[in-house]
Each structure stands twice: as structure tokens, then as C-alpha cells.
Design a protein around this ligand. Structure first.
Ligand code: GLU
Length: 420
């Protein structure tokens, strides 16, 4: 994806977003400073043995941004471009996300600088187990509960659960979410981010005079979030998915694609590229296609001041974290494009993570119907709260979501008071 994105520091973006809302709702001084600083950061450098017997040192992070409202929550990302500032930004966004959907959590994030696509399963297992041991002192069901993110999955979570449990001497399923069902995972967690995103789009569409049925949709990123959002929008809501992409490139078919078939092609070949009957598009071109709904579902900083003006969708639903930079937000708002911000649009994942944690702690498990019913309730209610705030104050949805979220975090900080 574009090189320009790499130059934009996501933590600077995260801090600017906090400043915008603090100016608006009048939060100054020490509390504002707290909102712009992570509470706790851990950097770990650790050796991992490769299959050929050689060792190399990897660097990983776990950042706990804010715990005022409860234990920290947030995923672990494996990617060659992970930086401490990226993890800080992602941890900040988790804080606001958990508050927007009113989960009793603060925010955290983890990352390891590595390229999992070039590692064997046994190398990934050793890396994961060693990283888990390195961060074990600061995670736990009552302290900080990791989950999947970019290039980590339920198998990664299983290794972390096992490693943490070996250290304790008993199984601790509540230390991590996004686990396989057989280890205390929740029904519906795998598709929760995409499903939640589809629900938020469905709720927002009438407010922009759009019918989801028949709407043309482009999805950038066909992974955990994007592929499921595409499938649910198409299969359950009748939208027409006209373009999808992954790191290798994109495919476009104005008459519509069948997401389940594209997913099968990707499972077979490693990419959506080359799916029969489609035209190739680049990841950049995909963002500018003539569609009704654009779902950025990959990485940060893809909608910038360089391309925001060329976006034609009526709704941009951020299944990714941080896809839009602040300058682009201003342009999209001027163009009257409705942005469904990441902290709302992709909060379905962490919502079902919360359900998983609650089920683990109780040792009592719910049906898929129960999980999806409660997820829908949370997404519908949270969209309504954000929309209400946006209308009342005549502000964009991101700022409105931050008003809701930052307000809750500030209330918790004030009620607890500053120690000592
Ligand atoms: N990584 C996901 C996110 O960015 C899920 C986090 C979680 O479930 O804790 O929201």
C-alpha cells in the first residue's frame, strides 16, 4: 500500500484526535495530559530459534493505555512495520473503542516486529510462546486480556493461553480471547468484527438515504474483518460487493462478486488476485471506485489528504483501525461523506471478546444465537448514541464517538481520583 502512509505517525494522529475532543468538551490540564499518555509500556527483546537451528532476536511491545474503566483489552499484531508508536496509537484506540460500546475495559495493544508470512508454523509457535512469557508479568484475566489482530489468529491465542497456563500450573482461559471454541473460545468471535461492522452500516444507511440492499461495496483487505463484512453485507443484507483486495492486489467486478467464492479462491491460492471474471485493481484504485460503501479493512493511514478528495462512497466504514488520517477526515466531512469510525465500526470484535471473557470467568457458555443477539444490541445502541451526539453537536461521527468515549473515561478518572 502507499508509502505515504508509512510516514504518518499513528500516535500523533491519536493524540490529535484527543485534542480535538478535549477542546470541544472543555477538558484541560492534567486530565488531558493523562489521555495523551499510555499508562504502562513494556518492550521485550527475545531470541527465537529458526527451523535451521540459528537464533535471531525479535522485538515486541505491550502497551496498556488506560485502565480507569477496567482491565486492559486489545489485540496482538504481528507485522514487519510494527513500531512502538503504532502500538501506542492502537492501545489508545482500544481505550476509546471499549468506552464507546460500554465494555468494562480499558485499552491495550501488543505487537511483534516480524513477518509471519515468511515463518513456519513451528517458528511462529516458538515466537508466540516466548513473547507470551515475556509479557506474562503484565497480562492476566483481571489485568490485561490480549486477543487477535493483524496476522494473529485463534491458533496464536491457543499457544498464548497454554503458555500462560503452564506458568500458573492450571488452565487460565480468561487470560486471552479469540481462542478456539474447544479451549473456551466463544461462538461467533471469529466473525464478530465483520458482523458488527455490517450492523453499523445497516443502522447508518437510512440516515444517509441509502439502501444497503443493492448498494455497491468495495472492501480493502480481505482478512479477519473485511472478508466477513463482505460476506454478511452480501448474504444477509443484499449488498453488491464489487471490489475486494489483499496485500497482493485487488479485483473488481461491477456486476458483483460472491464473497464466499472469493474466500475459497484465496484459501486455495493465497490471494484474491486472479479470481476468474474480474478486472485487477490496485489497493489505491479500490479506494476511489464509484461505490456507495467503502470498507477499509486493512491497515492505518490509507485515506490521506492525497486521495480523500477522490473518494466517491457515501459511507466509509472503518473495519480497520486508523485508516483515515485527521486531514482526510476534514475533507470527507466537507464532502458530506459519512465516516463510521473505527472505534465504533470495528468494535464488534472486542464486544464478543468481552462475551468470551465473561463466559470463561463464569464457566458457562452461550449459543451462537445468544452471542449474535447481544452483539447486535450493543452495535445498534452504540451507533444510536454516536449518531445522537453527532446530530446534537453538528459534528462528524468520529468526533461524536470520541465525545461519548472520552467522556466516560474522564468520568471514571475523576470518580477514582488521582492517587495518592
Ligand atoms: N484486535 C481487535 C481490535 O482491534 C480485537 C481486540 C480484542 O478483541 O480485544 O479491536
Amino acid at each position: 500500500m502507499s508509502n505515504e502512509g508509512a510516514a504518518i505517525n499513528p500516535f500523533e494522529t491519536a493524540k490529535r484526535q484527543v485534542d480535538v475532543v478535549c477542546d470541544l468538551i472543555g477538558i484541560h490540564g492534567g486530565i488531558r495530559e493523562m489521555l495523551k499518555h499510555p499508562k504502562r509500556e513494556l518492550t521485550v527483546n527475545f531470541p527465537v530459534r529458526a527451523d535451521d537451528g540459528s537464533y535471531s532476536v525479535f522485538t515486541g511491545y505491550r502497551v496498556q493505555y488506560n485502565m480507569a474503566r477496567g482491565p486492559c483489552k486489545g489485540g496482538i499484531r504481528y507485522h514487519p512495520n510494527v513500531t512502538l508508536d503504532e502500538v501506542r496509537a492502537l492501545a489508545a484506540w482500544m481505550t476509546w473503542k471499549c468506552a464507546v460500546v460500554n465494555l468494562p475495559y480499558g485499552g491495550a495493544k501488543g505487537g511483534v516486529i516480524c513477518d509471519p508470512r515468511r515463518m513456519s508454523p513451528s517458528e511462529l509457535e516458538r515466537l508466540t510462546r516466548r513473547y507470551a512469557v515475556e509479557i506474562a508479568p503484565i497480562i492476566g484475566p483481571e489485568m490485561d486480556i490480549p486477543a487477535p489482530d493483524v496476522y494473529t489468529d485463534s491458533q496464536t491465542m491457543a499457544w498464548i493461553m497454554d503458555t500462560y497456563s503452564m506458568g500458573k500450573g492450571y488452565g487460565v482461559p480468561g487470560v486471552i480471547t479469540g481462542k478456539p471454541i474447544a479451549l473456551g473460545g466463544s461462538e461467533g468471535r471469529g466473525e464478530a468484527t465483520g458482523r458488527g461492522c455490517a450492523y453499523v452500516i445497516r443502522e447508518a444507511a437510512p440516515h444517509v438515504g441509502l439502501k444497503v440492499k443493492g448498494a455497491r461495496v468495495a472492501v480493502q483487505g480481505f482478512g479477519n474483518a473485511g472478508s466477513v463484512a463482505a460476506r454478511i453485507l452480501s448474504e444477509e443484507l443484499g449488498a453488491q460487493i464489487v471490489a475486494v483486495s489483499d496485500t497482493k492486489g485487488g479485483i473488481y467486478r461491477p456486476e458483483g462478486l460472491v464473497p464466499a467464492e472469493v474466500a475459497a479462491h484465496k484459501a486455495r491460492t493465497g490471494s484474491v488476485v486472479g479470481y476468474p471474471g474480474t478486472r485487477p485493481v490496485s489497493n489505491e484504485e479500490l479506494l476511489e471506485l464509484d461505490v456507495d460503501i467503502l470498507v477499509p479493512a486493512a491497515l492505518e493511514n490509507v485515506i490521506t489528504k492525497r486521495n480523500a478528495d477522490r473518494i466517491r462512497a457515501k459511507i466509509v466504514a472503518e473495519a480497520a483501525n486508523g485508516p483515515t488520517v485527521p486531514e482526510a477526515d476534514v475533507i470527507l466531512h466537507e464532502k458530506k461523506i459519512t465516516v463510521l469510525p473505527d472505534v465504533l465500526a470495528n468494535a464488534g470484535g472486542v464486544t464478543v471478546s468481552y462475551f468470551e471473557w465473561a463466559q470463561d470467568i463464569q464457566g458457562y457458555f452461550w449459543t451462537l444465537e445468544e452471542v449474535n443477539r447481544r452483539l447486535e444490541q450493543v452495535m445498534v445502541r452504540s451507533y444510536a448514541a454516536v449518531h445522537h451526539e453527532a446530530e446534537k453537536r453538528k459534528i462528524d461521527n468520529r468526533t461524536a464517538a470520541y465525545v461519548v468515549a472520552v467522556g466516560k473515561v474522564v468520568d471514571a478518572i475523576r470518580l477514582r481520583g488521582i492517587y495518592p
